[in-house]
Design a protein around this ligand. Sequence first.
Ligand code: IPD
Ligand code: CA
Ligand code: CA
Length: 267
Amino acid sequence: MPHSAVLNVMIKAARRAGRGLKRDLGEIENLQVSLKGPRNFVTAADRRAEEIVYQELAKARPDYGFLGEEGGAREGADKTHRWLVDPLDGTTNFLHGIPHFAVSIALERNGVIVAGLVYNPANDEMFVAERGKGAFLNDQRIRVATRQKLNEAVVGCGLPHYGRGGDLGLARNEIAAAQQHFAGLRRYGAAALDLAWIAAGRLDAYWERNLSPWDMAAGMVLVREAGGFVSDLDGGEAIFAKAQIAAGNETMHRELIRLLKAAAKEP
Ligand code: IPD
Ligand code: CA
Ligand code: CA
């Protein structure tokens, strides 16, 4: 499947950063047993990965703006294009040697996400999508699952992180509501991959609060191009503004939002 020039640029950047992260994952396994632990090493790996992505993207598109989780915003001469990058989504997994993390790269044009890539270097799964051109996993077309029954659905979610705030009471209500209706709940720990897995039909629905644009941007275009729906938790378009997302096929997305809204009203 031939990709557009811009997607090839994104793929090259993700593969290069991913190679480094995969090597670093091996080192982390050694550091788990050291007194200092792997935390500083992970921070450095994360920054290194972002720099590699930035260098590769800037080499091919020097004028585009760039927003990365680690280095923040870098203005570009071209105000219509901006990269949104999370060089390492799933840091906690990575820190623990859990091979479920990703490089996430999205391209925004005039405020619209037009291309997205989510790459897990640990198992070499490359999810890509471009607006109007479909979604792919390692060059195979992917589509959201067609499941319609909630009691057959497997649903991903986020949980508030220790020490980072978040409404624990609300999270408990939402999880209780989801548990009462869905077959299974999962918390995998890498938002970009959760969305990519919706696109691939592995998860039927997913929601999370307190996310940043770089966690969601690439996954949003993947889900849409795989025939799915994404919105904020009220069913609207304010995903970035409200820092929250719900995703799934049409039925699962609608039903998930209905359940979450009811859960939010509970004491
Ligand atoms: C995190 C992951 C995680 C989600 C967090 C994100 P990071 O990103 O996507 O699944 O629950 O809220 O911040 O920090 O690993 O890049
Ligand atoms: Ca992230
Ligand atoms: Ca990150």
